[in-house]
Design a protein around this ligand. Structure first.
Ligand SMILES: O=C(CO)[C@H](O)[C@H](O)COP(=O)(O)O
Length: 188
């Protein structure tokens, strides 16, 4: 199970969630922070499995990727809507996941930016086995576009939390992504 807590604060949350969930979830910490270098060690110590940072937030992505790996975590690399995939591409072979933001980072409940889909499609074409995640405004109405473009991981907040039946929304989102991934592998 991938669990992507939407938090921008400290690592005690990871420990607390691990205890509460009573299972072994995959913690991807999406660090929407400046100076992401400073949180690598605390997140590793707290038990994070993957550390996702913003390309815009660091001057030395290569050193940060190395540090995350040396701390035993997988690496996610996120780009904001205004950042083109060409900036991410040079790092794509060194990371585990590319995260394409489909809203401006800041808060949930924003409108999905469909014009980010060409970025997802381009990444999927160039890097067929890379995990590609989308975050922002993703729900039953928009997930198909994400999955068809090539995203195999999604972050969804409002669509799940505001639903009367969160479980069925989660299942729908999951099914749409896995069906698209299956179709891609058959087409290859
Ligand atoms: O953190 C975000 C933006 O900063 C995300 O967009 C958010 O967590 C996802 O929520 P929603 O599905 O409501 O867009």
């Amino acid at each position: 199970m991938h669990f992507v807590p939407n938090i921008t604060f400290g690592h005690p949350v990871v420990e607390s969630l691990r205890k509460q969930l009573g299972q072994d979830p995959f913690f991807d910490m999406h660090m929407m922070v400046s100076r992401p270098e400073q949180w690598v060690k605390p997140m590793a110590v707290a038990g994070a499995n993957q550390y996702t940072f913003h390309l815009e937030a660091t001057e030395n992505p290569g050193a940060l990727i190395k540090d995350i790996r040396e701390n035993g975590m997988k690496v996610g690399l996120a780009i904001k809507p205004g950042t083109t995939v060409e900036y991410l591409a040079p790092w794509a072979n060194q990371i585990d996941m590319a995260l394409v933001m489909t809203v401006e980072p800041g808060f949930g409940g924003q409108k999905f930016m469909e014009d980010m889909m060409p970025k997802v499609h381009w990444l999927r074409t160039q890097f067929p086995t890379l995990d590609i995640e989308v975050d922002g405004g993703v729900g039953p109405d928009t997930v198909q576009k994400c999955a068809e473009a090539g995203a195999n991981m999604i972050v969804s907040g409002s669509a799940i939390m505001r639903s009367d039946d969160p479980r069925s929304v989660i299942n729908l989102l999951r099914n749409v992504c896995s069906e698209a991934a299956q179709k891609r592998s058959l087409d290859r």
